[in-house]
Design a binder for this molecule. Structure first.
Ligand SMILES: [Zn+2]
Length: 80
């Protein structure tokens, strides 16, 4: 069995999981689902691998060229 990777911030255990990545592009928010990341079970630190960053970059490129099928969500913004 492979030893668990530890969080560089707090030393907690990293759990491999899928997360949503929120990316602001100008005034628009692009949410990318099914991003593979390792998340710390103690402090919640999220670590995305280099390969996964490349995938995200590709998605942003496609998004910028208007070539993506997108789901719409509703968001509300409040100022405090
Ligand atoms: Zn941690």
């Amino acid at each position: 069995m492979k030893a668990k990777e530890l969080c560089p911030i707090c030393g907690g255990e990293l759990e491999e999981t899928e997360v949503k990545e929120d990316i602001w592009l100008g005034g628009e928010l692009l949410v990318i689902e099914n991003v593979h990341a390792k998340v710390c079970d103690k402090c919640g630190e999220k670590i995305v691998s280099y390969d996964e960053m490349q995938r995200i970059d590709r998605v942003i490129n496609e998004f910028n060229r208007g070539k993506m099928k997108l789901k719409r969500i509703t968001a509300y913004v409040a100022s405090i």
